[in-house]
Design a binder for this molecule. Structure first.
Ligand SMILES: [Zn+2]
Length: 133
């Protein structure tokens, strides 16, 4: 249970509440086993959630409401994805509306725009949680 980086040591014993040295298997104060008290196994993805990821998500969500997709992908340097989303942005918001003049087609376009927005967020969040970005 001493593989480095496989778990996060919290600084207090869950059993007695006193401070524990990092990496200790047993609490020096009460003898509780660390793995049964205060050592939390961290999944590899949790530790990799960085401030860059937060910025990427913010840039995916906030400009998304103003119909600009792909900025979050840019932050994560996923160039091809960013290119695709920015192309879709131009297509859906700048080209398609001038061709779709009936109410029905405009409603369909709006639904499609919302779906693309949601998918772009799902895509970005998935990439982060899988550790790809
Ligand atoms: Zn203890």
């Amino acid at each position: 249970m001493n593989d480095e980086g496989t778990y996060i040591i919290s600084d207090t014993c869950a059993n007695c509440g006193k401070e524990m040295p990092e990496g200790a298997e047993y609490c020096p104060h009460c003898g509780a086993h660390a793995s049964q008290s205060n050592v939390r196994i961290s999944s590899p993805t949790v530790g990799r959630f960085t401030s860059r990821h937060i910025i990427a998500l913010l840039l995916a969500v906030i400009p998304g409401f103003f119909n600009i997709f792909g900025l979050g992908q840019l932050v994560l340097k996923r160039w091809s994805k960013a290119f695709v989303y920015i192309s879709i942005t131009i297509l859906l918001y700048y080209l398609a509306p001038s061709f779709l003049t009936t109410t029905g087609s405009q409603i369909l376009l709006t639904i499609f725009q919302v779906l693309v927005f949601m998918y772009s967020l799902f895509d970005l969040f998935g990439a982060i949680s899988r550790g790809e970005a």
